[in-house]
Ligand binder design. Structure first.
Ligand code: PA5
Length: 459
């Protein structure tokens, strides 16, 4: 597995001192590496954070693989009901390893379709119920807390659609012993796959949350974990030169806090990494957008993650990126070796804007366009860096996801914030429960009424 992090264009010598890292800043920041790794290691050793251990959980892997083998061929659709961290990982894996959704191979019992209902928009749910066949659909209900309103509501609708088949064709992925999904699954004897208590939603892609749907659609989850395990070994190195996640975290932290880059653009030049960009957006936003440090100091800190797709967004966003406010850092994601390189026919048309492309490859054009955007941004003094995956297979993807999770955890250490809670998300959930009449959340209904009163008085 080869995943490289290239920071050259984050340096002051490339983008100027106001926007890039000077040699003195670089040296001082790299010296913080060992202390950051040790601080995070303590959290893991105390059992507070579980994602670094996921690649080594052989029993969970065996259970997932055995179940996938058992049901293979029985379904042509795997329908995931989940939201946020309970859905984005599955999308990232499917999109990267089987191709972007609109252009995947035809679906069959051998190659089941993955439908992810991660919204309660009736248009999405209704359309899904029309295209799926209840006799050939396996439903995975995924919720760590076990009672998230959107997931439960979708489950209730899908259960009615499944009819009598519901108990046989449902699987729960949840925290054992906690929450109502677990209670229902026990009552109806569904298979239950555990989300470890110390693994939060956005860090759960390599638990059953991502692995079970991946195994059911035929991906090699063993290889995915092998890549993640190899990357985990690298991520525990205290020398930033040997640890891409640590080096990237140290530099992103410096560019963000000392050079005021409050927006982070994840810029894959790969449609297959588009799902991963959305997964990353949640990881970065929810883990690092915090009101307080761990010591309780008010900071209201965060770096807004944006997903942009190369080359598509060159014709949509890059004008802003090159000439607009210099408040962003760009993370290019490149894939060195494409499976099919897309040879362009050699036919000549005696037309200048056609003939220079004859006999070239789409993969070459994609890479040249990335390098051109990188050059244009650098010339304009916009700091950017590149993560290169040698190829996009299970092993590299597993390694890359793990790198991004470690990078997030390390930067949280530098900021002294808790990357593993999400009080802002929970606040929204509680208002919804209160307004929808869930017992125990009456206080939020009253708070909402107060809020509406203020709105009426404001007009
Ligand atoms: O990362 C997180 O913790 C959140 O985004 C959750 O994944 C999301 O809110 C869904 O929660 P749950 O899995 O408990 O239904």
């Amino acid at each position: 597995m080869k995943i490289l992090f290239d920071e050259t264009n984050l340096l002051a010598s490339m983008v100027g001192e106001a926007h890039g890292v000077t040699p003195a800043e670089y040296k001082a920041q790299m010296r913080r590496g060992p202390e950051v790794v040790k601080a995070f290691r303590k959290l893991v050793d105390r059992g507070e954070v579980g994602f670094p251990s996921l690649p080594f959980q052989t029993d969970a892997l065996k259970q997932i693989q055995a179940y996938a083998r058992k049901v293979r061929g029985s379904y042509d659709t795997v329908c995931v009901l989940g939201i946020g961290g309970s859905a984005l990982g599955a999308w990232a894996l499917d999109c990267a390893l089987r191709g972007p959704h609109p252009v995947q191979k035809p679906f069959s019992r051998k190659n089941p379709r993955l439908v992810i209902l991660d919204n309660v928009d009736p248009a999405l749910v209704g359309a899904a119920l029309e295209v799926m066949d209840p006799g050939k659909t396996l439903v995975l209900a995924v919720t760590k807390q076990g009672g998230t309103a959107e997931t439960v509501a979708a489950l209730l609708v899908v259960r009615e659609w499944l009819g009598k088949r519901a108990p046989r064709q449902s699987v729960a992925i949840t925290t054992p012993g906690r929450g109502d999904l677990y209670a229902l699954a026990l009552r109806e004897k569904w298979p239950i796959f555990a989300i470890p208590e110390n693994v939060g939603g956005r860090f759960s892609v390599l638990s059953a949350v991502g692995l079970l749907p991946a195994a059911l659609i035929g991906l090699d989850v063993g290889k995915l974990l092998r890549g993640a395990a190899a990357m985990t070994e690298q991520c525990w190195q205290t020398d930033p030169r040997r640890n891409p996640a640590l080096r990237a975290a140290l530099l992103h932290h410096l560019i963000w806090t000392a050079k005021s880059k409050t927006i982070h653009v994840a810029f894959p030049y790969s449609n297959r990494l588009w799902g991963t960009a959305f997964w990353f957006r949640q990881l970065w936003a929810e883990s690092l957008g915090k009101s307080k440090t761990r010591a309780g100091e008010n900071v209201h800190i965060g770096q807004t993650p944006v997903a942009a797709l190369g080359t598509t967004d060159q014709h949509s966003q890059v004008q802003l990126y090159v000439e607009g406010p210099n408040d962003k850092v760009f993370s290019f994601w490149a894939v060195e070796k494409q499976g099919w390189e897309g040879r362009i026919p050699k036919t000549r048309y005696k037309l200048d804007s056609f003939d220079y492309l004859a006999g070239r490859k789409l993969a070459e054009l994609l890479e040249v366009e990335r390098l051109s955007t990188e050059a244009a941004l650098t010339e304009a003094g916009r700091p950017n860096c590149t993560y290169t995956l040698e190829r996009l297979d299970e092993e590299h993807l597993g390694g890359f996801l793990q790198l991004l999770e470690f990078q997030t955890a390390f930067i949280a250490e530098l900021l002294d914030v808790n990357a593993f809670d999400q009080p802002g998300v929970e606040a929204g959930k509680r208002f919804t429960y209160g307004l929808m009449g869930r017992p125990g959340f009456e206080e939020y209904r009253e708070r909402f009424e107060q809020y509406q009163k203020r709105r009426r008085q404001a007009i």
